[in-house]
Design a protein around this ligand. Structure first.
Ligand SMILES: NC(=O)C1=CN([C@@H]2O[C@H](COP(=O)(O)OP(=O)(O)OC[C@H]3O[C@@H](n4cnc5c(N)ncnc54)[C@H](O)[C@@H]3O)[C@@H](O)[C@H]2O)C=CC1
Ligand SMILES: O=C1O[C@@H]([C@H](O)CO)[C@H](O)[C@H]1O
Length: 308
C-alpha cells in the first residue's frame, strides 16, 4: 500500500512538537514537502508558500495545516481547489462562517477533511464517553488554566482579531465536553477579561446549558504560570467523573481508571488515515460555535496590559 504523500503548511511550534513526530511514526503517511514562513523543516522540500509547493513541489495527496487561524481559510481553499485531502488544526478558521464554508467545499470536492480537535483524542476521553453514556448528568465544571508564555512564546497572532486569546486553549475543553455530551450546548452568559493592549481575552468565565438545562460552567485563564490545570468534572446521579491533564487522566469517584496508551496526535493521524480510506470527513463546528457565541454575548472587562 502506497503511503499518503503529505504536505504541511506552517512549520511552527505545534508542527515541530507534535505533527511531524506523529507523521514520521505512522507508516501510512510520508511527509514530502513543507510550506512555511519561518525556519525550514529538515529532510523534505521546503517552500515559502502553499502556492509554490502546489506548483513546483512533489506530488501530494493531502495537506496538514498548522498555521495561525487568521488566513487559514484561503490556504485550505487552495488545497481543496487542487483536490487534496485536508487536516486542519484547531480552531479551524478565524470565523464560523469560514469553517462552515470549508465543510461545504470539502463535500463538493469529494475529498476527506478533518477538523483536528486534538483534545478529543486524549487517552481518557473514549473511556469517559463510554461511562457517561448510561449516567444521569447533573453538572459540568471546566477549569482550563495555562501559561501562554510557555505554549505560545512570542506569538502575537493569538492576541489579534481572529486569534481567540484564551479561547485558543479553552476551545480544547469545549471540544472534549461537546464530544462527551449527548445534546448541543448553548452559551447563556460569558465574561471576557481583555488586556488593554490586546484584541482577545486573557481570561473568561462562561455559563452554558443544554436543552435539558444541564449546568455547564467554564473558567479559562491564559496567564496561569504555575500549577497549570486542565480539568473537567462531571457530577452525575451515579457518581463523579473527572478528567485531568487535558483528558490524559480519568477518575471516577476519585479512583483512577484505565486509559488508552496512544498519544493525541498519533490518534489524530490514524483517524485522518481512516477517513481517507473510508472516503469520508469529520468536521465538527460546535466548539467554534460556542466560542463565537461567547464573543457575541460576553461582557467585556478591561484588565492590565499583557506583555510576553
Ligand atoms: N502552541 C501550541 O501548544 C498548540 C497550538 N495549536 C494550534 O496550532 C496552530 C499553530 O499554532 P503554533 O504552532 O503554536 O503557532 P506558531 O506561530 O508557532 O506557528 C505558525 C507557523 O505558521 C507559519 N505561517 C504563518 N502563515 C503562513 C502562511 N501563509 N504560509 C505558510 N506558513 C505560514 C509561521 O511561519 C509559523 O511557522 C494554532 O491554530 C494553534 O491553536 C494546537 C495545539 C497546541
Ligand atoms: O491547542 C492548544 O493546546 C494548548 C497547549 O498546547 C496544551 O494545553 C495551547 O495553548 C493551544 O494552542
Amino acid at each position: 500500500m502506497q503511503p499518503i504523500r503529505l504536505g504541511l503548511v506552517g512549520y511552527g511550534k505545534i508542527a515541530q512538537d507534535q505533527h511531524v513526530p506523529a507523521i514520521h511514526a505512522n507508516p501510512a503517511f510520508q511527509l514530502v514537502a513543507v510550506a512555511t514562513q519561518g525556519l525550514p523543516c529538515a529532510g523534505v522540500d521546503n517552500f515559502r508558500s502553499l502556492g509554490e509547493l502546489l506548483e513546483n513541489g512533489p506530488q501530494v495527496d493531502a495537506i496538514a495545516f498548522c498555521t495561525p487561524p487568521q488566513g487559514r481559510f484561503a490556504l485550505v481553499q487552495q488545497a481543496l481547489a487542487a483536490g487534496k485531502h485536508v487536516l486542519v488544526e484547531k480552531p479551524p478558521c478565524a470565523t464560523l462562517g469560514e469553517a462552515m464554508a470549508l465543510v461545504e467545499q470539502v463535500r463538493e470536492q469529494g475529498v476527506s477533511g478533518l477538523f483536528a480537535w486534538h483534545s478529543r483524542y486524549a487517552p481518557g476521553i473514549a473511556a469517559a464517553r463510554d461511562w457517561l453514556a448510561s449516567r444521569t448528568l447533573q453538572s459540568v465544571q471546566i477549569d482550563w488554566k495555562e501559561d501562554v508564555r510557555k505554549w505560545h512564546p512570542g506569538q502575537a497572532w493569538i492576541w489579534q482579531p481572529g486569534g481567540l486569546g484564551v479561547f485558543d486553549p479553552g476551545i480544547n475543553a469545549l471540544s472534549i465536553v461537546t464530544h462527551l455530551l449527548a445534546l448541543p450546548l448553548f452559551v447563556e452568559s460569558a465574561e471576557l477579561r481583555v488586556p488593554d493592549n490586546c484584541q482577545s481575552p486573557i481570561a473568561a468565565s462562561i455559563k452554558m446549558a443544554d436543552a435539558r438545562h444541564l449546568d455547564v460552567r467554564a473558567e479559562f485563564d491564559f496567564d496561569h504560570g504555575h500549577d497549570e490545570l486542565w480539568s473537567i468534572e462531571i457530577r452525575c446521579a451515579e457518581g463523579v467523573l473527572r478528567l485531568d491533564n487535558g483528558g490524559a487522566l480519568l477518575s471516577i469517584d476519585g479512583v483512577g481508571q484505565a486509559v488508552s496508551e496512544e498519544g493525541e496526535y498519533a490518534a489524530v493521524y490514524r483517524h485522518f488515515q481512516q477517513l481517507i480510506a473510508d472516503k469520508t470527513s469529520d468536521m465538527d463546528l460546535q466548539p467554534l460555535r460556542l466560542v463565537a457565541d461567547s464573543f457575541f454575548v460576553g461582557s467585556r472587562t478591561a484588565v492590565e496590559p499583557f506583555y510576553d
